[in-house]
Unconditional design. Structure first.
Length: 343
Protein backbone atom coordinates (compact mmCIF):
# COMPACT_ATOMS: atom_id res chain seq x y z
CA UNK A 1 0.00 0.00 0.00
CA UNK A 2 1.46 3.37 -1.04
CA UNK A 3 2.18 6.15 1.45
CA UNK A 4 -0.42 8.36 -0.27
CA UNK A 5 -3.15 5.74 0.15
CA UNK A 6 -2.20 5.23 3.80
CA UNK A 7 -2.34 8.99 4.44
CA UNK A 8 -5.77 9.28 2.76
CA UNK A 9 -7.02 6.38 4.89
CA UNK A 10 -5.74 8.05 8.06
CA UNK A 11 -7.36 11.36 7.16
CA UNK A 12 -10.66 9.65 6.41
CA UNK A 13 -10.48 7.77 9.71
CA UNK A 14 -9.92 11.04 11.61
CA UNK A 15 -12.37 13.28 9.75
CA UNK A 16 -15.18 10.82 9.07
CA UNK A 17 -14.64 7.64 11.07
CA UNK A 18 -14.01 9.15 14.48
CA UNK A 19 -17.00 11.56 14.48
CA UNK A 20 -19.23 8.67 13.34
CA UNK A 21 -17.90 6.44 16.14
CA UNK A 22 -18.65 9.23 18.60
CA UNK A 23 -22.20 9.74 17.29
CA UNK A 24 -22.87 6.00 17.66
CA UNK A 25 -21.63 5.95 21.26
CA UNK A 26 -18.45 4.05 20.41
CA UNK A 27 -16.20 6.09 22.68
CA UNK A 28 -18.46 5.54 25.69
CA UNK A 29 -18.52 1.83 24.93
CA UNK A 30 -14.74 1.65 24.59
CA UNK A 31 -14.31 3.62 27.83
CA UNK A 32 -16.27 0.88 29.59
CA UNK A 33 -14.22 -1.83 27.85
CA UNK A 34 -10.99 -0.23 29.10
CA UNK A 35 -12.41 0.83 32.45
CA UNK A 36 -9.57 -0.83 34.36
CA UNK A 37 -7.04 1.68 32.91
CA UNK A 38 -6.24 5.27 33.88
CA UNK A 39 -5.83 8.26 31.56
CA UNK A 40 -2.76 10.49 31.99
CA UNK A 41 -2.88 13.49 29.66
CA UNK A 42 0.22 15.31 28.42
CA UNK A 43 -0.09 19.03 27.66
CA UNK A 44 2.51 21.69 26.95
CA UNK A 45 1.42 25.29 26.33
CA UNK A 46 -2.12 26.70 26.57
CA UNK A 47 -2.53 29.83 24.45
CA UNK A 48 -5.25 32.47 24.64
CA UNK A 49 -5.87 32.87 20.91
CA UNK A 50 -9.08 34.92 21.31
CA UNK A 51 -10.63 32.78 18.61
CA UNK A 52 -7.70 32.99 16.18
CA UNK A 53 -6.20 29.49 16.11
CA UNK A 54 -3.58 30.79 13.68
CA UNK A 55 -1.79 32.15 16.76
CA UNK A 56 -0.89 28.60 17.79
CA UNK A 57 2.77 28.42 16.80
CA UNK A 58 3.32 24.69 17.20
CA UNK A 59 1.46 21.42 17.41
CA UNK A 60 2.11 21.03 21.15
CA UNK A 61 0.01 24.07 22.03
CA UNK A 62 -3.73 24.10 22.59
CA UNK A 63 -6.03 27.12 22.71
CA UNK A 64 -7.95 28.10 25.84
CA UNK A 65 -11.33 27.35 24.25
CA UNK A 66 -10.32 23.76 23.46
CA UNK A 67 -8.67 23.34 26.85
CA UNK A 68 -11.81 24.52 28.67
CA UNK A 69 -13.95 22.02 26.76
CA UNK A 70 -11.43 19.23 27.47
CA UNK A 71 -11.37 20.04 31.18
CA UNK A 72 -15.17 19.92 31.34
CA UNK A 73 -15.11 16.61 29.47
CA UNK A 74 -12.63 15.16 31.95
CA UNK A 75 -14.64 16.38 34.93
CA UNK A 76 -17.80 14.77 33.54
CA UNK A 77 -16.29 11.41 32.56
CA UNK A 78 -13.45 10.73 35.00
CA UNK A 79 -12.32 11.15 38.56
CA UNK A 80 -9.47 13.61 37.99
CA UNK A 81 -6.81 13.06 40.66
CA UNK A 82 -3.22 14.05 41.35
CA UNK A 83 -0.75 12.12 39.21
CA UNK A 84 0.96 10.84 42.36
CA UNK A 85 -2.24 9.02 43.32
CA UNK A 86 -2.20 7.03 40.08
CA UNK A 87 1.51 6.26 40.49
CA UNK A 88 0.97 5.10 44.07
CA UNK A 89 -1.90 2.85 43.03
CA UNK A 90 0.14 1.31 40.20
CA UNK A 91 3.03 0.73 42.62
CA UNK A 92 0.72 -0.96 45.09
CA UNK A 93 -1.17 -2.89 42.39
CA UNK A 94 -4.41 -1.16 43.31
CA UNK A 95 -7.28 -0.25 40.97
CA UNK A 96 -6.92 2.84 38.78
CA UNK A 97 -10.33 2.40 37.18
CA UNK A 98 -11.94 5.64 36.06
CA UNK A 99 -9.01 7.83 37.10
CA UNK A 100 -7.41 10.62 35.06
CA UNK A 101 -4.52 13.02 35.65
CA UNK A 102 -3.46 16.22 33.89
CA UNK A 103 0.22 16.95 33.28
CA UNK A 104 2.12 19.79 31.61
CA UNK A 105 5.63 19.39 30.23
CA UNK A 106 8.37 22.06 30.29
CA UNK A 107 6.75 24.64 32.59
CA UNK A 108 5.49 27.19 30.08
CA UNK A 109 4.37 30.56 31.44
CA UNK A 110 1.12 30.09 29.51
CA UNK A 111 0.22 27.32 31.96
CA UNK A 112 0.39 29.85 34.78
CA UNK A 113 -1.41 32.56 32.79
CA UNK A 114 -4.07 30.55 30.95
CA UNK A 115 -4.40 26.94 32.12
CA UNK A 116 -4.24 27.45 35.88
CA UNK A 117 -7.30 29.78 36.09
CA UNK A 118 -9.39 27.26 34.13
CA UNK A 119 -8.27 24.37 36.33
CA UNK A 120 -9.04 26.41 39.46
CA UNK A 121 -12.51 27.17 38.10
CA UNK A 122 -13.24 23.44 37.79
CA UNK A 123 -11.26 22.55 40.93
CA UNK A 124 -9.02 20.03 39.16
CA UNK A 125 -5.41 19.16 40.10
CA UNK A 126 -2.44 19.07 37.73
CA UNK A 127 1.29 18.33 37.68
CA UNK A 128 3.85 20.54 35.90
CA UNK A 129 7.22 19.07 34.90
CA UNK A 130 10.06 21.60 35.15
CA UNK A 131 13.28 21.90 33.17
CA UNK A 132 15.25 23.22 36.13
CA UNK A 133 18.10 24.75 34.13
CA UNK A 134 15.63 27.05 32.37
CA UNK A 135 13.33 28.06 35.23
CA UNK A 136 13.49 31.81 35.74
CA UNK A 137 15.81 32.45 32.81
CA UNK A 138 15.29 34.05 29.42
CA UNK A 139 16.55 31.04 27.46
CA UNK A 140 14.11 28.97 25.43
CA UNK A 141 14.30 25.22 25.13
CA UNK A 142 16.53 24.13 22.26
CA UNK A 143 13.58 22.84 20.22
CA UNK A 144 11.52 26.00 20.75
CA UNK A 145 14.50 28.11 19.73
CA UNK A 146 14.84 26.15 16.49
CA UNK A 147 11.15 26.45 15.69
CA UNK A 148 10.88 30.14 16.61
CA UNK A 149 13.85 31.15 14.46
CA UNK A 150 12.64 29.21 11.42
CA UNK A 151 9.07 30.37 11.89
CA UNK A 152 9.91 34.06 12.15
CA UNK A 153 12.84 34.56 9.76
CA UNK A 154 12.20 36.52 6.56
CA UNK A 155 14.73 34.41 4.67
CA UNK A 156 13.13 32.51 1.77
CA UNK A 157 15.59 29.65 2.23
CA UNK A 158 18.46 28.73 4.51
CA UNK A 159 21.34 26.25 4.45
CA UNK A 160 22.22 24.61 7.75
CA UNK A 161 24.86 21.94 8.01
CA UNK A 162 25.04 21.73 4.21
CA UNK A 163 21.31 20.99 3.91
CA UNK A 164 18.97 23.46 2.19
CA UNK A 165 15.62 24.33 3.77
CA UNK A 166 13.07 26.19 1.63
CA UNK A 167 10.90 28.52 3.70
CA UNK A 168 8.96 30.40 1.02
CA UNK A 169 6.60 27.49 0.34
CA UNK A 170 5.40 25.08 3.00
CA UNK A 171 7.41 26.42 5.94
CA UNK A 172 5.97 23.81 8.28
CA UNK A 173 7.50 21.02 6.21
CA UNK A 174 10.95 22.62 6.48
CA UNK A 175 10.55 23.10 10.22
CA UNK A 176 9.51 19.48 10.74
CA UNK A 177 12.46 18.26 8.65
CA UNK A 178 14.95 20.35 10.65
CA UNK A 179 13.43 19.34 13.99
CA UNK A 180 13.62 15.69 12.97
CA UNK A 181 17.28 16.20 12.13
CA UNK A 182 17.99 17.82 15.50
CA UNK A 183 16.24 15.08 17.45
CA UNK A 184 18.23 12.38 15.67
CA UNK A 185 21.59 14.13 16.09
CA UNK A 186 23.95 13.56 18.98
CA UNK A 187 24.00 16.40 21.51
CA UNK A 188 27.10 18.30 20.31
CA UNK A 189 26.21 18.19 16.58
CA UNK A 190 22.68 19.22 17.53
CA UNK A 191 23.97 22.29 19.36
CA UNK A 192 26.25 23.20 16.43
CA UNK A 193 23.32 23.04 13.99
CA UNK A 194 21.22 25.19 16.29
CA UNK A 195 23.99 27.75 16.70
CA UNK A 196 24.36 27.93 12.92
CA UNK A 197 20.62 28.52 12.56
CA UNK A 198 20.58 31.30 15.16
CA UNK A 199 23.63 32.92 13.60
CA UNK A 200 22.06 33.01 10.15
CA UNK A 201 18.55 34.10 11.16
CA UNK A 202 19.61 36.77 13.63
CA UNK A 203 18.13 37.95 16.90
CA UNK A 204 14.56 36.92 17.61
CA UNK A 205 11.94 39.61 18.14
CA UNK A 206 10.75 39.52 21.81
CA UNK A 207 7.13 39.24 20.69
CA UNK A 208 7.95 36.13 18.65
CA UNK A 209 9.48 34.54 21.75
CA UNK A 210 6.44 35.23 23.92
CA UNK A 211 4.60 31.88 23.37
CA UNK A 212 7.74 30.00 24.38
CA UNK A 213 8.41 31.76 27.69
CA UNK A 214 8.87 29.54 30.74
CA UNK A 215 7.81 30.10 34.32
CA UNK A 216 10.12 31.51 36.96
CA UNK A 217 10.34 30.27 40.54
CA UNK A 218 7.86 32.93 41.67
CA UNK A 219 5.16 31.50 39.38
CA UNK A 220 6.09 27.96 40.42
CA UNK A 221 5.75 28.82 44.10
CA UNK A 222 2.43 30.60 43.53
CA UNK A 223 1.01 27.59 41.71
CA UNK A 224 2.38 25.32 44.42
CA UNK A 225 0.48 27.34 47.01
CA UNK A 226 -2.68 26.81 44.94
CA UNK A 227 -2.31 23.02 45.03
CA UNK A 228 -0.38 22.29 41.82
CA UNK A 229 2.24 19.56 41.95
CA UNK A 230 5.64 19.80 40.27
CA UNK A 231 7.84 17.09 38.85
CA UNK A 232 11.28 16.72 37.30
CA UNK A 233 11.86 17.14 33.56
CA UNK A 234 15.69 17.13 33.63
CA UNK A 235 18.10 20.06 33.74
CA UNK A 236 18.29 20.92 30.02
CA UNK A 237 15.84 18.57 28.22
CA UNK A 238 18.32 16.39 26.29
CA UNK A 239 17.53 13.00 24.89
CA UNK A 240 18.75 11.12 27.93
CA UNK A 241 19.85 8.03 26.01
CA UNK A 242 22.47 10.27 24.35
CA UNK A 243 23.82 11.68 27.62
CA UNK A 244 27.16 10.13 28.71
CA UNK A 245 26.89 8.04 31.90
CA UNK A 246 29.02 10.51 33.88
CA UNK A 247 26.56 13.33 33.08
CA UNK A 248 23.29 11.58 33.87
CA UNK A 249 23.33 12.76 37.49
CA UNK A 250 23.37 16.38 36.25
CA UNK A 251 20.18 15.75 34.28
CA UNK A 252 18.37 13.52 36.78
CA UNK A 253 19.68 13.68 40.35
CA UNK A 254 20.55 17.40 40.47
CA UNK A 255 17.19 18.73 39.21
CA UNK A 256 15.35 16.38 41.57
CA UNK A 257 17.30 17.76 44.51
CA UNK A 258 16.77 21.34 43.37
CA UNK A 259 13.00 20.96 43.13
CA UNK A 260 12.94 19.11 46.44
CA UNK A 261 14.87 21.93 48.12
CA UNK A 262 13.03 24.84 46.48
CA UNK A 263 9.54 23.47 47.12
CA UNK A 264 10.38 21.75 50.42
CA UNK A 265 9.08 18.35 49.32
CA UNK A 266 10.78 14.95 49.76
CA UNK A 267 12.45 13.52 46.66
CA UNK A 268 10.48 10.35 47.34
CA UNK A 269 7.27 12.20 46.40
CA UNK A 270 8.58 13.54 43.08
CA UNK A 271 7.81 12.07 39.66
CA UNK A 272 10.23 12.20 36.73
CA UNK A 273 9.25 12.93 33.13
CA UNK A 274 11.57 11.59 30.42
CA UNK A 275 12.30 14.41 27.92
CA UNK A 276 10.66 13.53 24.60
CA UNK A 277 9.73 10.18 26.16
CA UNK A 278 13.31 9.04 25.50
CA UNK A 279 14.75 6.49 27.92
CA UNK A 280 16.36 3.08 28.13
CA UNK A 281 17.18 0.70 30.98
CA UNK A 282 20.24 2.74 31.96
CA UNK A 283 18.26 5.96 32.21
CA UNK A 284 15.34 4.34 34.01
CA UNK A 285 17.67 2.69 36.53
CA UNK A 286 19.24 6.09 37.27
CA UNK A 287 15.82 7.62 37.89
CA UNK A 288 14.89 4.73 40.17
CA UNK A 289 18.15 5.10 42.10
CA UNK A 290 17.23 8.66 43.12
CA UNK A 291 14.32 7.32 45.15
CA UNK A 292 11.68 9.23 43.16
CA UNK A 293 8.13 7.91 43.24
CA UNK A 294 7.86 7.03 39.55
CA UNK A 295 8.24 8.31 36.02
CA UNK A 296 6.12 9.07 32.96
CA UNK A 297 6.92 8.65 29.28
CA UNK A 298 4.74 9.30 26.21
CA UNK A 299 3.55 6.20 24.29
CA UNK A 300 0.07 7.76 23.58
CA UNK A 301 -1.85 5.04 25.41
CA UNK A 302 -3.73 4.45 28.64
CA UNK A 303 -2.08 3.39 31.88
CA UNK A 304 -3.08 -0.17 32.68
CA UNK A 305 -2.84 -1.72 36.15
CA UNK A 306 0.23 -3.71 35.10
CA UNK A 307 2.13 -0.68 33.72
CA UNK A 308 5.67 -0.09 34.95
CA UNK A 309 5.42 2.84 37.37
CA UNK A 310 8.79 4.12 36.08
CA UNK A 311 7.55 4.15 32.47
CA UNK A 312 3.90 5.16 32.64
CA UNK A 313 2.31 5.96 29.26
CA UNK A 314 0.57 9.27 28.63
CA UNK A 315 -1.78 10.55 25.96
CA UNK A 316 -0.63 13.70 24.17
CA UNK A 317 -3.00 16.59 23.47
CA UNK A 318 -2.19 18.66 20.38
CA UNK A 319 -3.30 21.75 18.49
CA UNK A 320 -4.75 19.88 15.52
CA UNK A 321 -7.01 17.57 17.53
CA UNK A 322 -10.73 17.83 16.94
CA UNK A 323 -13.12 16.98 19.75
CA UNK A 324 -13.64 13.54 18.25
CA UNK A 325 -9.86 13.01 18.10
CA UNK A 326 -9.54 14.04 21.74
CA UNK A 327 -12.30 11.65 22.83
CA UNK A 328 -10.67 8.87 20.81
CA UNK A 329 -7.30 9.54 22.42
CA UNK A 330 -8.88 9.56 25.88
CA UNK A 331 -10.03 5.95 25.47
CA UNK A 332 -6.91 4.76 23.62
CA UNK A 333 -8.85 3.47 20.63
CA UNK A 334 -6.18 4.09 17.98
CA UNK A 335 -3.43 2.68 20.19
CA UNK A 336 -5.59 -0.42 20.74
CA UNK A 337 -6.23 -0.79 17.00
CA UNK A 338 -2.55 -0.34 16.11
CA UNK A 339 -1.67 -3.33 18.24
CA UNK A 340 -4.05 -5.38 16.14
CA UNK A 341 -4.08 -3.98 12.62
CA UNK A 342 -1.65 -1.68 10.71
CA UNK A 343 -3.22 1.80 10.46
Amino acid sequence: MSEKVVEIAKQTYRSVGLPLIGMLGGFDLFRRIRRDSALILMYHGVIDTRGDRGLLTNVNQVDTESFTWQVRFLRDHYEVVELSQIVERIRNRESVSGLAAITFDDGYLSVFDNAAPILREYDLPATVFLITGLVGGQTMTWYDKAEAHLLNTSLPEITIGEVDYHLDGERGTAIRAFMHRLKNAELEPRDRLLAELVGKTGELDPKAAEPYRLMGWSEVERLRSQGFDFGVHSHSHPHLTKVPPQNLALEIDAPAKLISDRLDVPIETLIFCYPDGDFDDRVRDRVMATGMLGAVAVKHDLTSPDSNHFALPRVGVFADQTRAMFMEASVGLTAWLKRRIPI
